[in-house]
Design a binder for this molecule. Structure first.
Ligand code: GLP
Length: 264
């Protein structure tokens, strides 16, 4: 697990966006795994700018989002489909038909879950998966106790997650308690995983994910078993890490090595 600690949230977005820009540059028909939540927004704004500048094109890109609220149709303002359309897809040259989000209004949601995994496989698997993290260590909507090899399925949200996400819903609005989420096993199949975390509220989850035991109690800890996982976090989210100084040292050494290779 590579851990990059940066000064602030803006730096996290810049570093993360550069990873995605390099990926699309190298492979214009990349399969991207995308995430919702407030954390990736600044990264999306950078991707939009890069696309508008002509630095990258999403014309051949295909995307799969992590999750969706069960019971919300894509045109519902609180749906993750609506979030992705308005925060990213409508501002870049992606073909909307190549963007995939679990269907929250599927007539047969159980079938829709296995169809989603099959579609990811049919598209050759995810090249790079973006992740945020919940305060309880969830990734996607894989709440604590989720099976570490789970597939896309229906998950009940914890009280904590419902409370954390209540800020997006108005007082009298229906807030779903169920979701369709890629499983931890599905996420682990992505060839590269990039998790972003910013702010002190994520420090406990980051500590458990990076340095805690591999455990279903912290779903993000499964990434310790991933061969190509990158955590990009700010100082506030890194505050609880025991080996914080070492990770910073490793990153400096990595940068030096990359620069020396550039010169040759
Ligand atoms: C939701 C999403 C997650 C996201 C999490 C954190 O629960 N399902 O994918 O990582 O929120 O959101 P935020 O980035 O707003 O803290």
């Amino acid at each position: 697990m590579q851990i990059v600690i940066l000064d602030n949230a803006a730096e996290v977005a810049r570093y993360g966006a550069d990873v995605f820009i390099r990926q699309i540059d190298r492979k214009p028909d990349s399969v991207l795994g995308l995430a919702t939540g407030s954390t990736p927004l600044a990264l999306y704004r950078r991707l939009i700018a890069a696309c508008k500048n002509g630095d990258i094109s999403f014309a051949r890109v295909c995307s799969f989002n992590l999750d969706e609220y069960l019971g919300l149709a894509g045109d519902h303002p609180q749906s993750y489909r609506h979030f992705m359309n308005t925060q990213l897809f409508e501002h870049i040259d992606i073909d909307l038909r190549n963007t995939h989000i679990p269907p929250g209004d599927a007539a047969d949601p159980i079938q829709a879950c296995s169809d989603y995994d099959k579609l990811i496989e049919a598209r050759g698997g995810i090249d790079i998966q973006l992740l945020g993290i919940g305060r309880n260590g969830h990734i996607g909507f894989n709440e604590p106790s989720s099976g570490l090899r789970s597939r896309t399925r229906i998950k009940t949200l914890t009280e904590a997650t419902i409370k954390d996400n209540a800020r997006f819903f108005s007082a009298r609005e229906f807030q779903p308690h169920l979701s369709i989420t890629m499983g931890i096993g599905t996420i682990m199949e992505a060839r590269k995983v990039v998790l972003l975390a910013t702010g002190a509220a994520k420090a406990k989850a980051i500590k458990a994910a990076a340095e805690g035991p591999l455990s279903a109690s912290c779903p993000a800890s499964a990434l310790q078993m991933h061969g190509n996982a990158l955590l990009i976090i700010d100082e506030a989210a890194a505050a609880g890490l025991e080996r914080r100084a070492f990770y910073k040292h490793v990153e400096r050494e990595n940068q030096k090595l990359l620069q020396s290779l550039d010169k040759t």
